[in-house]
Design a protein around this ligand. Structure first.
Ligand code: PGA
Length: 248
């Protein structure tokens, strides 16, 4: 079985200012971080340049979104080539807030995934069911359909991290139990095995997001198919270091 390097993303969302982010960056730069964990911080687009130049090079930077073409008359958008131009190597796409607050659908998310990968960005592709979908027993159906659209737009899975983020767990303090996370991750890996390839199923990191904290990260990280985290609220606090070191 291919070894999957543990991956921890911090999603700062629309939070912070130069002063508070500099403080956070100093904490991360000076912390002892587990060598075997890949760490990526997703900054607001206006702070990408600042984050990239201030963060230690061992910590990656991600944009939180991007558009589906390289340039043009798209007021307010940023492109993968601009993200690359700032020395930034990753982008989060399909985050639940993009889907449900800003109304992005699967088709647009798929186009963005394809273009970001063609532009040589790594993609943290997010999927996850809403509470009513889980309660209706349609979790699998929902996450498989979202994954299918992503898969149709991926040629090289080496640059993709799949983030399973149940919408009901994001920013709610209601974390999925380790068993609930493992169950969905295991099924997603089986889906990749059946629909993409054994190699991709074995090598793609499937990370969990939704109210991950310093207190619950170790138990979640002990699950066989949980290959890391996407962390919102706790990524702005010193406890993010404990989450990075969850497998240490
Ligand atoms: P949260 O956010 O950790 O604050 O729940 C996770 C995310 O949205 O990626």
């Amino acid at each position: 079985m291919a070894l999957r390097r543990f991956f921890v993303g911090g999603n700062w969302k629309m939070n912070g200012n130069k002063e508070s982010l500099e403080e956070l960056i100093t904490t991360l730069n000076t912390a002892s971080l587990h060598d075997e964990t890949e760490v990526v911080c997703a900054a607001p687009s206006i702070y990408l340049d600042f984050a990239r130049s201030s963060l230690d090079p061992r910590i990656g930077v991600a944009a939180q979104n991007c558009y589906k073409v390289a340039k043009g008359a798209f007021t307010g958008e940023i492109s993968p080539s601009m993200i690359k131009d700032c020395g930034v190597d990753w982008v989060i796409l399909g985050h639940s807030e993009r889907r449900h607050v800003f109304g992005e659908g699967d088709e647009l998310i798929g186009q963005k995934v394809a273009h970001a990968l063609e532009s040589d960005l790594g993609v943290i592709a997010c999927i996850g069911e809403k509470l009513e979908e889980r309660e209706a027993g349609t979790t699998e159906e929902v996450v498989y359909a979202q994954t299918q659209v992503i898969a149709e737009n991926v040629k090289d899975w080496g640059k993709v991290v799949l983030a399973y983020e149940p919408v009901w767990a994001i920013g709610t303090g209601k974390t999925a139990s380790p068993e609930q996370a493992q169950e969905v991750h295991e099924k997603l890996r089986a889906w990749l095995r059946a629909n993409v390839s054994d190699d991709v199923a074995d090598s793609v990191r499937i990370i969990y997001g939704g109210s991950v904290t310093g207190a619950n990260c170790k138990e979640l990280a002990s699950q066989g198919d949980v290959d890391g985290f996407l962390v919102g609220g706790a990524s702005l606090k010193p406890e993010f270091v404990d989450i990075i070191n969850a497998r240490a």
